[in-house]
Each structure stands twice: as C-alpha cells, then as structure tokens.
Design a protein around this ligand. Structure first.
Ligand SMILES: Cc1ncc(COP(=O)(O)O)c(C=O)c1O
Length: 457
C-alpha cells in the first residue's frame, strides 16, 4: 500500500518559529507623527508580543507551555491526495497540510495558543477579538480556556447569522460572542446609525474589539488579532516547518506552494519557510489565493492604510481596498478583509509570490470534488486554495509535467454546511465586486504616505 499520510512524532515538532523579518525589508507602521514605537502599542497588546512583532531574529524559541497545548493536535498530518490526482488524471503529485485536526477545526489556534500564553505571562486576565467566519473566535475561545483567561468575541453580523454553531463552540469554551456591529461600542453604534442593516465587516469588528480592550480601565484586558500582524505569521510558520520535514521524509520538495489568503496567516504559515528558500535562490512558485469578490492582492494597490474601519490601528504598508470597503457577503467569511498582512504584501509587491483570485462557484465545485475523492469537506476559505491547486494540476497535465503541489488545508467545513447546501441546491452565485464601491473606498488611500518599493534580494 502506498503511504498516504506522512506523520511526525511529537518529538519531531519544530521547537522554533521562523521569522521572515530577518530576511525581508519592510516599510514601518506609521502613527500620526511618523513610525510608531513599541510603547505606543502597549494599551492594545502585551509587551512580550509587541517585542515579537518587531523582532528581526530569524529563529524564535517556542515556549514549552505552548508546545504542550499544541501537542493536543500537532504535528498535523501531511496527506498525499492520491484520489484527487486520480480524478484529475494529472501527473502532478498533490500534498495537503491538514490543519482541520485542531479542536476548533482550523490553523487559527496555532497563534491563539501562543497569544493566550504570552498574555497570561504578562498578567492579562481578559482578551477581546473579532472574528469573520468564526474560526478565529473559536480558536481564541479554546486557547483562553486552556490558559484560564476570559474571552469576548465580536463576530461579523453576516457570519453570526450564517453560522450559529460557531457561537455555540465559543460558549462551550466559556467565551462570550456578540454580533458586530454591536451597540456596545462607540464604533459599532456609529456604523449602525449609518446603516442599520449592514452585514458588517472584519474592519468594523476589529474597531469594536480594540475599543473594548483599550477603554477597559482595569488595565487587565488586551486585544488579540488572528491574522495580518507579524507575530501571527510567525506563530503560523510551524505549519510550513512541519510540512518541510514531512516532505523530506518522502524525498520531495514542492514546485508550487498554495494557500488561501484573507489576512494572510495560514498562507504565510505554510509558505514563509519556502519563501526563505526562494529568497536564497531556490526555484519554487508561491501563490496566495483570494476571492474575486474581495481582490485585495490582485486588484488593490500596495499602500498605507488602517487595519480597521474606525482608524484605531496604525497605518500599515499593505495591499488594501480601503478600510471603509465592506466586501460582499460571500460565504468564505474569513476572506472578507480589506487589507492583507504587510509581510505577504511586501513579498507580493516584490514578485517573490504571485497572487491569484477565484470566483465563488469555482471554489465550491473544488470543495465538492475533494469531498468526493479524498473524503474530507473543506472550509469555504480552503476551497479557494483548492480551486487554484486544481487549475495547476490541470496545467501540469497539459504540459505533461510531474509537478509537486503543496497546499494548506486551512480548516474543515463541518460548520459551513449551510453554504454547501446552498451550492448543491443551485442557490449560490458568483459574487462580483461592486466596482464603484471599490473605487470609492480606495480614495482614502490618497490621503496617506506611499510605502517605498523595497527589494529584499
Ligand atoms: C479555515 C480558514 N482558512 C483561512 C482563513 C483566512 O485567514 P488567514 O488568511 O489569516 O489564514 C480563515 C479565517 O477565518 C479560516 O477560518
């Protein structure tokens, strides 16, 4: 029998994260008076995480306590998709890193556990956050329960309504979850006044969660972000580091690395260890994949913009549709973000990675094919990566090339079945972006400085 699952023992779990800031040049985040300093972030994040955010050390030790919790599900399996390959009749060898095995069902707890640990170490009692599809909120709820922290989650209204079981998961782990925009914050009330029926957006939910953290007078509350920031990408690199070891076991190295990109974290987690190799001369294609309806990397400029609607975050150098952009209500809620991780944006702007965009229907078609071949039902976000994998596997067939394709199975779709049901009954449509709204929301970018076009190699 051919080996399907390539496994690592717990002893083989990486003991350090890879920090791409050691290998690339970055524009600094900006405050009103120029580059921001770590102390300016102190009301929002604990100082130990701020230090990680700005660190340029290439390798950072993973604390024992973090490894202990990660070992509940890590190392995650690397799976050869034999049945998918057969269905596509492709000479490509397709591998996926199965992040759906974590308790909340996605890659998100890789950073949630680390962030809960560092907050606890710093003496913080309570974390606030936002969530799109609910995966991040449930990951932080899980991590907080492991470290005895309180947790409150603002969930984007459209997902709150579409995915009631995510809220139930958060409650099960002891967290509180409210729909965003809410009446509990000034930011939320402001949005509701303008548009009481808004589906919400990640940008709005971030404003609410940050506001709740910084206005808590006890000083014991901080905010936690599930994507975009450097320390989040750092914590996720355990995915790519494991995948590399697993591929080595079967004497493989990928020609193409693919991940879906919302804020960039699962993609970066898988891709950055390979980007490190590429910066050092290795030949590997790296593709972040996003929805056509929220085309941050493929159609928005590399610019300075705020990470949230109410402009509470510093200006970040990133691809951005403009912080007022409210993406259409596509079902991959985790990919409805106006911005992108500055590190991913930098690498795309330099041409080290090449972004792709796919339509909603193609993603569900891909998800159904995986379910009917490999058996697993992926999250709608993951289906974006998968649609690109299928395109590349077909290309390999046309060209008669034995390409090795590695992709991140960022989460399972077992709480997203309502969307699958809609697709299967023909009720799901390709969603197009509102071109006028996109032009309008990008006008804000003209007010900000332009990032420099830096070259890392
Ligand atoms: C399963 C899954 N994949 C991908 C994403 C996108 O986020 P990121 O780009 O940070 O990995 C999300 C976000 O919620 C998610 O839940």
């Amino acid at each position: 029998m051919k080996t399907r699952k390539i496994l690592l023992s717990e002893d083989e779990m990486p003991r350090q994260w890879y920090n791409i800031l050691a290998d690339i040049k970055m524009n600094p985040p900006l405050g009103p008076d120029g580059p921001i300093t770590p102390d300016m972030l102190a009301p929002v994040f604990p100082m130990n995480l701020i230090e990680q955010e700005v660190s340029t050390e290439r390798w950072i030790d993973i604390p024992e306590e973090v490894l202990r919790v990660l070992s509940i599900w890590r190392p995650s399996p690397l799976i050869r998709a034999f049945e998918l390959e057969k269905a596509l009749d492709t000479p490509a060898r397709i591998y996926y890193k199965y992040e759906g095995v974590s308790p909340p069902g996605s890659h998100k707890p890789n950073t949630a556990v680390a962030q809960a640990y560092y907050n606890k170490e710093f003496g913080i009692k309570r974390l606030t956050t936002e969530t799109g599809a609910g995966q991040w909120g449930s990951a932080l709820a899980f991590a907080c329960s492991q470290f005895g922290l309180e947790c409150k989650v603002w969930m984007v209204r459209i997902s709150f309504d579409q995915k009631p079981y995510r809220k139930a998961m958060m409650s099960t782990w002891g967290a509180q979850c409210v729909a965003s925009p809410s009446t509990e914050t000034q930011a939320g009330r402001g949005v509701l006044e303008m548009d009481p029926d808004t589906p919400g957006s990640l940008g709005i939910a971030i404003s609410e969660a940050v506001e709740a953290a910084v206005t808590d007078e006890s000083g014991e509350t901080r905010y936690s972000l599930g994507s975009v920031l450097n320390h989040v990408m750092l914590h996720q690199t355990i995915i790519g580091l494991e995948a590399k070891k697993q591929l080595e076991k079967v004497n493989e190295y990928p020609d193409i690395v693919i991940g879906c990109a919302g804020g960039g974290s699962n993609f970066a987690g898988l891709a950055f260890p390979f980007a490190h190799d590429k910066i050092n001369g290795k030949d590997v294609e790296i593709y972040p994949v996003e929805p056509e309806a929220c085309p941050t990397l493929t159609r928005a400029p590399f610019a300075y913009d705020h990470g949230d609607f109410a402009k509470m975050t510093p200006l970040l150098p990133m691809h951005s549709l403009g912080h007022t952009f409210v993406p259409p209500p596509l079902h991959a809620g985790g990919l409805r973000y106006h911005g992108m991780a500055p590190t991913v944006s930098q690498l795309v702007s330099e041409g080290i990675m090449e972004a792709k965009a796919v339509g909603q229907l193609a993603t569900y078609k891909a998800g159904i094919l995986l379910a009917r071949t490999e058996g697993v039902i992926p999250a709608p976000e993951t289906n974006h990566a998968l649609a690109c994998v299928i395109d590349e596997a077909k290309k390999a067939k046309e060209e008669g090339k034995e390409k090795v394709i590695l992709f991140n199975y960022s989460g399972h779709g077992l709480i997203d079945l309502a969307a699958y049901e809609k697709y299967l009954s023909g009720q799901l449509e390709d969603i197009t972006v509102d071109e006028d709204a996109m032009v309008e929301s990008q006008k804000v970018l003209e007010e900000y400085p332009k990032p420099e076009l830096l070259k890392s190699r």
